[in-house]
Design a protein around this ligand. Structure first.
Ligand SMILES: Cc1ncc(COP(=O)(O)O)c(C=O)c1O
Length: 328
């Protein structure tokens, strides 16, 4: 019986869904949404806060500030509340309303950036706002998830070893990329492992993380408008970009099987299913990481009017959908 006194002390690390019945390929989905913050970001937040406390950067009276599309903000809100710090989350209009409310309920202040400014990029505008706050008051402490090595170390220490324990014959791992913390931690771990693992980075079409032109992205979690400092492509075997319409179709396919996941999980599953279909995958052990669950996306990914307005009438014509979400 787990008994805890702070929210960050509870995390389900060993839960997988066998998706063979749902997607028609052998694929294990590692579920990271079962902790109080509801996402994989609880691990990165804990690691970054504890490291900042160890080095004395974060101390009583400090005010945490971070740019987040939501999930890290929720995790930091919980940790800040449990440790007695103030927290300001800088996000943009794509952050789900329920996520914003959640942060506010936990006592955090949320600054929503709606103007991308001169550069035309919302992430850059968010970071400019954080930098201005830090310059205005020395109590502000920015952990900077895009460049903080403790972000990837959380996954090197916890996420990847947990997968290795359950799948000693792992062949291929699909990891979605935002800050690339999860990717870099897992890729570094498996590079040192006893057998080769193909690490496939999954990004949203329109993200600039791995190069390529910026484009519209409406689903929070994956993708960037600024290349993350944490990324070292020499650890990445393959990069796959997924159109948001395919993400949506994969999310709805999972939901029709009773599993409600967030947008980034749909993205990763869509890419994994396509990848497995293109390779001789019968003998392969494949794992994909599901960063969160679906309830925060009821007003977007699972809202028909929103879907129609953004992606057009046909996005969910299920008779044209194959296992991976791509049109037949
Ligand atoms: C829902 C969701 N999926 C995926 C990611 C990407 O994880 P990472 O930042 O480790 O690349 C995030 C990060 O914010 C997220 O919130």
């Amino acid at each position: 019986m787990p008994v805890i006194s702070v929210p960050q002390d509870f995390n389900v690390e060993e839960l997988y869904i066998d998706l063979r019945q749902v997607v028609g390929h052998s694929l294990y989905l590692k579920c990271e949404g079962f902790n109080f913050a509801g996402s994989i970001k609880m691990k990165a937040a804990t690691e970054m806060v504890e490291a900042a406390e160890r080095t004395g950067v974060l101390r009583p009276g400090s005010v945490l500030v971070e740019s987040s599309s939501g999930n890290l903000g929720v995790a930091l809100s919980m940790i800040a509340a449990s440790k007695g710090y103030e927290f300001v989350c800088v996000t943009d209009f794509r952050c789900n309303l329920s996520t914003r409310r959640l942060m506010e309920a936990l006592g955090s202040r949320v600054h929503v950036i709606s103007d991308p400014g001169a550069t035309g990029d919302l992430l850059r505008a968010r970071i400019d706002h954080v930098t201005a706050l830090c310059a205005s008051d020395p109590r502000y402490v920015w952990l900077n998830q895009y460049a903080n090595p403790h972000n990837w170390k959380a996954h090197y220490r916890r996420t990847a070893p947990a997968i290795a324990r359950q799948f000693p014959r792992l062949d291929v791992l699909f990891v979605g990329t935002g800050t690339t913390g999860t990717l870099m931690g897992c890729a570094r771990y498996f590079r040192e492992w006893h057998r080769p693992v193909r690490v496939v980075a999954v990004d949203s079409a329109g993200s600039v993380t791995f190069g390529g032109p910026p484009g519209r992205r409406m689903i929070p979690g994956l993708g960037t408008g600024v290349r993350p400092a944490l990324l070292d492509e020499s650890y990445v075997d393959e990069v796959v970009h997924v159109e948001e319409a395919d993400t949506i179709r994969a999310c709805h396919r999972l939901a029709r099987s009773g599993f409600l996941f967030g947008g980034s999980t749909g993205t990763v599953v869509s890419s994994a299913v396509d990848w497995l279909a293109q390779h001789d995958a019968r003998e392969l052990t494949a794992v994909a990481i599901a960063p969160d669950l679906g309830e925060r996306y009821l007003d977007t990914v699972y809202q028909n009017t929103w879907l129609r307005d953004i992606y057009g009438e046909d996005v969910l014509r299920s008779d044209e959908v194959t296992a991976g979400g791509r049109r037949a």
